[in-house]
Design a protein around this ligand. Structure first.
Ligand code: MTE
Ligand code: MO
Length: 314
């Protein structure tokens, strides 16, 4: 592991990441939500409940246009509801997300639970326009609102033994038909990151998209977004975040270990066992475009994997 986190919690962000955070934000096409709203002529404290929208013509830092909301809110992978991507939004329409509590626990000095309203109040929300690349070969550009996962983790003061973060999604089979129907899946959906990946400034917890609170089909009220990894790492409807010592089991790595690794970094040079990952279909566009190393975030994240063989599907 390139970085040792056996340090005091105030030092948990590696210095070179911390120092260059502004550059990271600039590179990744990041602006603050308040800045965005100010630019739209909205004054006062921004509220995500407000009906705002991303001005048309918005692009990511590569110049790729934001994918229309109508597309990204109706074409979803969310197996708790259905394996049919076009059916998810309908089945998730009335999914109850209020009240919602997230627990931060495990190898931490100060475990805590926090409700969604307190999250929105206590953690400044920023806009992040990120590419999302699904392992199946489609992608989108989505303007999220959220905040660095690091901010939440630091509040819990990770112990020096903590090396990984385990994420657990909600288990609610009464409201999630897929959890009843797909009986062989090890529900609830779980995911994991190495602690340095979790602390990386590009890793966010999203609470909104396109200037509104998240719709249920996109992971309301709180989901992880890790833009340089295949979409399945970006777990929706998170209820528990646990700091652990060992690499945690994850749903997809358990179901099909030879197809879905723990790291799952976007890599056009490493094919899935059943298809190439060299190109992708951008939702709303015709044809296919080349897939970029680390989904175009190589400059910001490659240092995390120094010493790892990038020709291997981890
Ligand atoms: N809880 C949960 N999170 C999940 C999934 C899921 O089935 N359940 N699917 C993942 C996959 S495969 C992808 S590609 C993205 C899709 O996110 P989107 O629907 O917001 O585009 O969510 C990820 N997060
Ligand atoms: Mo996916």
């Amino acid at each position: 592991m390139p970085h040792d986190y056996g340090v005091s919690p105030s030092e948990i962000t590696p210095e070179h990441v911390y120092v260059h955070r502004r550059e990271f934000l600039k590179l990744a096409g990041i602006s603050t939500l308040s800045g965005l709203l100010a630019a739209c002529g909205v004054s006062g404290t921004p509220s995500l409940a407000q009906e705002t929208s991303v001005p048309s013509g918005h692009t990511d830092e590569l110049g790729d246009p934001v994918t229309p909301y109508d597309i990204t809110s109706t074409y979803n992978n969310y197996y708790e509801f259905s394996t049919d991507k076009r059916a998810v939004h309908r089945l998730a329409k009335d999914f109850p997300t209020d009240p919602w509590t997230v627990e931060v626990t495990g190898l931490v000095h100060k475990p805590f639970k926090i409700g969604l309203e307190d999250i929105l109040r206590e953690f400044p929300q920023e806009e992040r326009i990120y590419r999302l690349r699904c392992v199946e070969g489609w992608s989108a550009v989505i303007p999220w609102q959220g905040f660095p996962l690091a901010d939440l983790l630091k509040r819990a003061e990770p112990k020096s033994e903590a090396r990984y973060v385990r994420f657990v999604a909600v288990y609610n089979p009464d409201a999630m038909p897929g959890q009843r129907k797909y009986k062989t899946f090890p529900w609830p959906y779980t995911e994991g990151l190495r602690l340095d990946e979790a602390m990386h400034p590009l890793t966010i917890l999203a609470t909104g998209m396109y200037g509104k609170l998240l719709p249920p089909q996109n992971g309301a009220p709180l989901r992880l977004v890790v833009p340089w990894k295949y979409g399945f790492k970006s777990i929706k409807a998170v209820v528990r975040i646990e700091l652990v010592a060992e690499q945690p089991k994850t749903l997809w790595n358990t179901v099909a270990p030879h197809e879905y690794g723990f790291y799952a970094n976007v890599n056009p040079n490493v094919p899935h066992p059943r298809w190439s990952q060299a190109t992708e279909r951008r939702l709303g566009e015709k044809g296919r475009r080349p897939t970029l190393m680390f989904n175009g975030y190589e400059e910001q994240v490659a240092y995390l994997y120094e010493g790892m063989d990038l020709r291997v599907n981890y």
